[in-house]
Ligand binder design. Sequence first.
Ligand code: HPA
Length: 270
Amino acid sequence: MYNKIHETVKFLKEKGISNPDFGIVLGTGLGSLVDWIDIEKSIAYRDIPNFPVSTVPGHSGTLIYGKLGDKNVVAMQGRFHFYEGWEMDELTFPIRVMKYLGIDNLIVSNASGGVNPNFEVGDIMIITDHINMMPEHPLRGLNDDRFGPRFVDMHEPYNLKMVSTMEGIAKENNIRIQKGIYLALQGPTFETPAEYRMVSLMGADAVGMSTVPEVIVAKHMEMQCFGLSVITDLGIEGHVEEVSHEAVQVAAKASEKKIGKLVQEFISKW
Ligand code: HPA
């Protein structure tokens, strides 16, 4: 994998991607952040050697390079999920590429189901921690010490200074913000009422099907991570609602502008 990564990095550097400051995974809810990016390069995943190509509606597959304020960013428009059938090392491959492009700061976003009774649909949650309940671990197998250590410290998976910076920005902009723990399940089924209850009992505030593998791989390589989750539906006991991919997209879309604004200010300030 090490050689493949370097092949991809070489290709992207030759395309003009240089000195990026931030890597961004534009999951559900963060799509409109591209409107803030002064795009210099836009490359389809299918044209990038070794890159996976996403299959989920609403997840287009384009790698974007440009300026956000005075920072250079590499943004993934479209991410990969375990439930699509990708292996963990495939779906986290772009994160490793980002690291070897020179990126030390990663921003991820996703849509999730809220199980915290204080949450409302449309809330934006700063991810302060996660619980990995996916059936596979991205670091299982022989460790390649060139990436990082066998046993990875996870005492601060999401950078605390980034969390407090974003809280400050939300306050200044009068944007309601929540903080909480994100639990990752494989999907692709949404949770049953009993499963939402389990998620809550396990100590999480929201549940989704992504993000955790990317953050684990980023931490393996000592990147600083920051995550936002849009609460697109609720799995609160007694109030478990019907949910569909379309409803998730609609709810996420409604919060997109706010999230775009928050992240744009965050990157400028950092
Ligand atoms: N569960 C899992 N993933 C999700 C949900 C949910 O309720 N909402 C959006 N993504």
